[in-house]
Ligand binder design. Sequence first.
Ligand code: IVH
Length: 677
Amino acid sequence: MSPQAKLQELTAELKQHNYDYYVLANPTISDREFDMKLKELEKLEQAFPQYTDPNSPTQQVGGGITKNFETVPHSTRMLSLGNTYNKEELLDFDKRVAKLNGGNAYQYTAELKFDGFAIALRYADGKLSRAITRGDGTQGDDVTANVKTIRSIPHQLRGNYPPNLEVRGEIFMHKAAFAKLNEERANKGEDLYKNPRNTAAGTIKLQDSAEVAKRPLDGFLYQLAEHGKEELDHWDSLQRMKEYGLPVNDATQLCDTIEDVWTFIEHWDTERKNLSFEIDGVVIKVNSRLQQQEMGFTSKFPRWAMSYKFETERAESKLLSISYQVGRTGAVTPVANLEPMQLLGTTVKRASLHNADFIAELDIRIGDRVFVEKGGEIIPKIVEVDASGRGPGSEPTQFTPTCPECETLLERPEGDAVYRCPNTQHCPPQVKGRIEHFIGRKAMDVASLGEGKIDVLYQSGLVRRVADLYSLQGEQLLGLSKSIINEDTGDERIVSFKEKTVENIVGGIQASKQIPFERVLFGLGIRFVGETVAKKLAFHFKNIDALIAADFETLNAVSEIGGVIAKSVIDYFSIPENREEIEQMKVAGLQFEVIEKELASNALDGAKIVVSGVFNRFSRNELKKLIEDNGGKNVSSISKSTDFIVAGDSMGPAKKEKAEKLGVRMITEDEFAEMLG
Ligand code: IVH
């Protein structure tokens, strides 16, 4: 088979798998097989870019950077819906509908109300041409590149679609994806996202679609907004959208009476806890398109549709005690221990109290009756305190003065909401947290050493600081074990070190010695030194000794390194134990120097270059690599200091205009290739 035929066959096959997986929810191959095929396609596309389908499944891993989203008018206004909160209000709506229809029969569709954000998708000749956020209802942001990373949204329609089509629906994040994202953030000591809806909405506005692709979004479409001349009743339009390969939720039901709608509502009010995504109610629509047109709109809402909002569930409990958790950075978080109660189908025993200010504001005291809500947020929240039942012994809560783990006196730096334990070197959760951070995926990536195992190593005394990992011997680990109890569920888990595990751990630690300096530096867990800052510092100072020797002014003079980071770096290296530990890791053979890449040439001599548009001869990544390999710098946005732009087809008009205005030269990929000889 010719490479072209193979490439086309794989493209079609992967599109079919995406459809099976995301639309039919009926995958026929494993994720692994899918990924392998995707990699194969990627390779073929790199070798034969001229045959690449612009809507290839490989596009869904993102890559385009959008600086400012273009504002685009909506074809018709994107409206919101009126709300009802109880059966009475729902029956009132039904009466209005009956009246407006002058005694004629009507039907409703009842649909889930997805808790995400609204989107309009336009398809031109079956190809996804634009995805626009609601914005102010009349115009929104063009987020096409980001929406293209959502695997359930087809880039190409199937079946007998009209040349111009617009559908509208909701984009959201699954509960599990949200929880995973937050778990990763917690591991890195970053602030947690509030709920899946805000996270999804924030994600679609990210400027780097590769970042968007890392945060799985999903969506359902619920409105056929433009469909050529053919007008369909709502139920039929949903079926038609399915035929076009668009994701439409299967729970939707055609109802003959408002009582049927009510049964649907009651069913989903209890069943929603078993869904993989959040819904905040049910949407009811008059089914007949003709009747919809006759009923029309108020100034804000359609008269033929209504949303029924579920109550955010609230439960009552009692504050039994407050415990305090210590994180990797020494921050102490108060946690409320509650009398166990049921909330949205799960048993809740704890709720976060955030910090000392939150406690003071609520004036929450041991023994108080409290109200807890789970309104979209995954972590239950205390929303109200009932002080009426307090006895004479009730006293205001005092934030713990000492660390619950090591009894060191806590400190609260001025202007900081958080109390911290200053015993960074010996406070167990801080030490364990640092080791966990060090072996994390983005640092040394020792996947065989999970959280439970670090705990065992710490308890056994074998590992009391990061550097100790590098003197571990396999024999010392064999046979170690510990039972770990999950405080929330009471489940017991045995962590044990069997032969294979030990082999993996020792191998993983050994392999980590090849991890480049910038990741080792990130792994040290210096406050405010995240991945990007670590890279900056590593490439600027080239080795750890120069970094340690740098004073405040030198650090602060590095571009993008501000005073807070500079101070934190100085503080870190001023602790003798930290420097000793680094010496120990150097002896063990870890990388503390940047390995300079051999350049293919220095033809570009530090030139700042923007790559924009679609190319035929090279992929964007190839161009970027060529730039770096020949001594140039990739920059993402056009400014005065940009030296030139390698411009491909369909470079955005806004970018072009900016380049022209600033007088930045644009060259083609062929001219660029010539430049490099
Ligand atoms: S229909 C004119 N159907 O809820 C009809 N909206 O509170 C407009 N939503 O703006 C919307 N699920 O963002 C419709 N099945 C569904 C929905 C739904 C979620 C959102 C949508 C809408 C908002 C109204």
